[in-house]
Design a protein around this ligand. Sequence first.
Ligand SMILES: C[S@@+](CC[C@H](N)C(=O)[O-])C[C@H]1O[C@@H](n2cnc3c(N)ncnc32)[C@H](O)[C@@H]1O
Length: 235
Amino acid sequence: MRHNLELTPRLRTAADLVPAGARLADIGTDHAYLPAALLLEGKIPYAIAADLRHGPLLRAKETAAEYGCRDRMGFRLCDGLKGIRPEETDAIVIAGMGGETIAQILADAPWVRERDVPLVLQPMSSLPDLRGWLFQNGYQIEEERLAREEDAIYVVMSVRTGEMPPLTPAELWAGRQSRDALRGPYLEGLIRKLDRAIAGLSLAREGRGEARKRELEQVRDGLQDMKKEWDGWQR
Ligand SMILES: C[S@@+](CC[C@H](N)C(=O)[O-])C[C@H]1O[C@@H](n2cnc3c(N)ncnc32)[C@H](O)[C@@H]1O
């Protein structure tokens, strides 16, 4: 039996945002590394590892057996939170999925907002859509952290029920400004992505995509201002 499970920076950052003592539901768990690590560390007493598919859930059970935490883990084969009862969880992690899937999972489980269950969300794509959805559906992003793995920088959000001030177009893309050490490279990556999208739209026939291009230019300008501010903090 193994006693030490080292998480990658992305999962470590998500694990750090889980409240100590919470009975955790890890939705889309796959190998269940995150809940297993938190159980081994003694940060949480119990976890439910849930996944939509058999294969990942089998991997989750293998991890639990390998690290000797099967007695403190439940396993659910279900879509999102559909197999989780509100009274059996104090915190939820949804990591490694697209932002739209995460929003759909939360939309299908209004009890999460009603009970103000702490959420740790780690979207892999569609971040502007997810931030916009959270704003419009009674959630507030309390904190965002960044994690780097090789060339990729990932966003991890701590979310609770509540209202947040409206986000500017640039904030929808990049989250609120912060002094995070990875913020500069993260903003640079987004600016490059927007520049490519804007260049692509510039090739479109006249008129087509013009509104979208202006929208993206506004976002890019906002990100450049954030980057300048962040650079100023580094001096
Ligand atoms: C890329 S893995 C992420 C695993 C782990 N959470 C992580 O961040 O490393 C995504 C997992 O989410 C599962 N998944 C996708 N949609 C789901 C849904 N609607 N409900 C539950 N699990 C889902 C997939 O089967 C897959 O195992």
